[in-house]
Write a protein that binds this ligand. Structure first.
Ligand code: ADP
Ligand code: MG
Length: 375
């Protein structure tokens, strides 16, 4: 940890949202994932205050709130401010004495759509609070403090992907992140491929219950993998032979869940090879295979996501598509030829609206840099 003079002037910080190219629902089983940071993100404008108050304003939600430092005795409120207070708490837990500030928060990320607006808010807040306090943290420690804010203060069971990519992302590159060791490697993303996000604009209410059910199932699977005379190994290393052998002793549902975990891990590594060869058709086929696996084996898709993926995949110039994020609504991620992306987005918008009666949010992603001070 390093120290520099406390900031007494206004400063603006940015942290990016992210897509995950492939590797869905395997972050919590110590799998490998392939996120990329976006140019979309959250800005926090920090204006110092002379007292030890944090006054917060979210432009997106048009809501303000004031809290006193230190936060130790306070608890979460079940409110968006928990993400900010959680970060302040996690930094204080590291022995950092924070100073008062006014934080104005503004994001161009759809909130709660699986693009990690929560991590963008945490990371931009952490940079602002550290600057105000005259302290710096290495990126990994900062990411882990933000993760702690979300898991221990807000109370969301999440993996470390979102916070790490917000701090490690690079323009034009994805990050192959090992969720077991937190080691990572940058992978170039070919510029002739366009990544299109297509938000179905639906959120089915059973999503969080189903998410928790998948986590419990994956814990059962990890226990099953560790027993039965097999050497202790991670689910991510299961070959198709292992899946067949272990699957025979499991219920049909658990056997399908295991098949998704094993095949999705394989697809992440295959996607890295495809990226290195700049083989967009191969990469697109992996995305589409991931969607089928999430739909049929992991059972986390929904009719609107399936419709978006099917409508996208028949369009000329589309290499492949899949549901993105936790599922049961939210976004699909589409890989397309960059020179046809604008037309694809337009056609998809019309066809999805015609099929479902819902106007989708469609966005052509740009892979941008990690969190930073803007001015
Ligand atoms: P995701 O991270 O995929 O967007 P989450 O449910 O993890 O979805 O986080 C979304 C929540 O984060 C929002 O409901 C809100 O509480 C908080 N949040 C994120 N960005 C902002 C913002 N700009 N203003 C206020 N709250 C925000
Ligand atoms: Mg989140």
């Amino acid at each position: 940890m390093t120290a520099h003079p406390p900031n007494t002037a206004t400063a603006v910080f940015f942290a990016p949202a992210r897509i995950n190219l492939i590797g869905e629902h395997i972050d919590y089983t110590q799998g490998r994932v392939l996120p990329a940071s976006l140019t979309l993100g959250t800005r926090v404008t920090m204006r110092p205050r002379a007292d030890r108050q944090l006054s917060l304003h979210s432009v997106n939600l048009d809501e303000s709130l004031q809290v006193s430092l230190p936060l130790g005795a306070q608890t979460r409120r079940g409110h968006w401010s928990d993400y900010v207070c959680g970060v302040a708490w996690a930094l204080e837990e590291l022995g950092i004495s924070l100073a008062g500030a006014q934080l104005e928060i503004e994001s161009d990320v759809p909130l709660g759509a699986g693009l990690a607006s929560s991590a963008a808010l945490e990371v931009a807040t952490a940079l602002a609070l550290l600057e105000r306090a005259g302290r710096r943290l290495p990126a990994r420690e900062l990411a882990l403090a933000c993760l702690r804010a979300e898991s221990d203060w807000v109370g969301t069971r999440c993996g470390p992907m979102d916070q790490l990519i917000a701090l490690y992302g690079r323009c034009g590159q994805a990050l192959l992140l090992d969720c077991a060791t937190l080691e990572s490697r940058v992978i170039d993303v070919p510029a002739d491929g366009a990544w299109i996000l297509a938000d179905t604009r639906v959120h089915h209410a059973h999503a969080s219950g189903e998410y928790n059910a998948r986590r419990s199932e994956s814990e059962q699977l990890a226990r099953a993998a560790a027993t039965g005379g097999r050497e202790m190994r991670s689910l991510r290393d299961f070959s198709s032979g292992d899946v067949a052998a272990v699957g025979a002793s499991l219920s049909p549902v658990l056997a399908r869940r295991l098949r998704h975990i094993a095949t999705e891990n394989r697809r992440v590594l295959d996607a890295v090879s495809a990226l290195q060869r700049a083989d967009l058709p191969a990469l697109g086929a992996l995305l589409s295979a991931s969607h089928k696996s999430l739909r049929d084996d992991y059972e986390v898709s929904c009719p609107e996501l399936d419709a978006m993926v099917e409508l996208a995949c028949v369009l000329p110039g589309v290499f492949g598509a899949r549901m993105h994020g936790g599922g049961f609504g939210g976004c699909a991620l589409i890989l397309a030829a960059a020179d046809r992306a604008a037309q694809i987005a337009e056609t998809l918008r019309e066809r999805y609206e015609r099929a479902t009666g819902i106007v989708p949010w469609i966005h052509l992603c740009r892979i941008g840099d990690a969190a930073r001070r803007l001015r």
